[in-house]
Design a protein around this ligand. Structure first.
Ligand code: SAM
Length: 277
């Protein structure tokens, strides 16, 4: 290992695991400081200019302050695409890639798709790329998130239509969708204790938390909206809190959905729910 990598690892070892340090060191050197990847992997000694040295110190300070590396880079990888991200928007997660993958596999011919709570636009934009015949719309309550989503839409060359909507205050629509998808906020404040500081200190609360006394309120509201806006046979897909598979399933049944199916993620946790109108 070269001296630069060693220095980075030593500066961060009190807060990151060895596995995290390995990937952070590579990202800092190759993606952020522009070190040649071959030199890096060969362990060659690397000399940084004074400016790059200052840049490195700023990056290390931000990381010690628990800022996620994706915010420092300004982008996150999702489904092989690069999405711009900033502190006003949730960093796309691998489990959401599983949700998108399922929708693509099951709906190659889908025509009208709506993504509710779009954040960076990762779900809507990836679906627009992978199901090219679809017309994709996406809503979020946060103007900050919508600005980033629109930026991603133009950078990634898609034509998703983004709109500010509060799902609890949707004025009756005449539009219909074949698929409604949502990864809504689903973490209760009781779960905060188990969460990492880089999520709690940096990612938007609006994207994460639901009231402890009504953790399913997004699912209820979106589920009811789906009943009005899906044709018979239209489908709804949700990402869910692993603790609420049965409860969301029961809720959707009560609202009137059929063929309800809870799907586990790669770690064997209930993570996706899909249903038909
Ligand atoms: C868990 S994040 C999901 C972001 C993105 N879809 C993803 O999977 O990475 C939930 C999103 O819902 C949005 N949101 C929160 N309350 C909302 C509301 N009442 N109406 C519409 N969107 C809302 C948040 O701003 C946030 O972007």
């Amino acid at each position: 290992m070269n001296r630069l990598s060693l220095y980075i690892r030593q500066s961060l070892q009190s807060i990151y695991s060895p596995q995290e340090l390995k990937s952070l060191t590579r990202t800092i050197c190759c993606d952020l400081l522009g070190v040649d990847a071959i030199d890096f992997f060969l362990g060659k000694d690397i000399h940084l200019s004074e400016n790059k040295q200052k840049e490195l110190e700023t990056i290390l300070k931000r990381l010690r302050n628990n800022e996620p590396i994706q915010y420092i880079r300004g982008y996150a990888d999702f489904f092989g695409l690069m999405f711009s991200v900033a502190p006003g928007v949730l960093i796309p997660r691998p489990e959401t890639e599983e949700l998108v993958d399922l929708i693509i596999k099951e709906n190659a011919g889908a025509l009208r798709i709506l993504d509710i709570g779009t954040g960076s636009g990762c779900i809507a934009i990836t679906l627009a790329k992978k199901i090219p015949l679809a017309t994709v719309s996406a809503w979020d309550i946060s103007e900050e998130a919508l600005a980033i989503a629109r930026q991603n839409n133009s950078q990634l060359g898609t034509s998703v239509s983004f709109c500010r909507e509060d799902i609890f205050d949707v004025i009756a629509k005449t539009e219909f969708y074949d698929i409604i998808v949502s990864n809504p906020p689903y973490i209760t404040s009781l779960e905060k204790e188990e969460m990492d500081a880089n999520v709690l200190d940096w990612e938007p609360e609006l994207a994460l938390f639901v009231p402890d006394d009504d953790p399913l309120y997004f699912y209820r509201s979106i589920g009811r909206f789906g009943m009005e806006s899906l044709p018979l046979g239209g489908k709804i897909y949700f990402e869910i809190n692993q603790a609420y598979g049965d409860k969301v399933s029961f809720l959707l049944k009560t609202i009137g959905y059929r063929d309800i199916c809870v799907i586990k993620d790669l770690f064997g946790k209930d993570r996706i729910i899909k249903a038909c109108k």
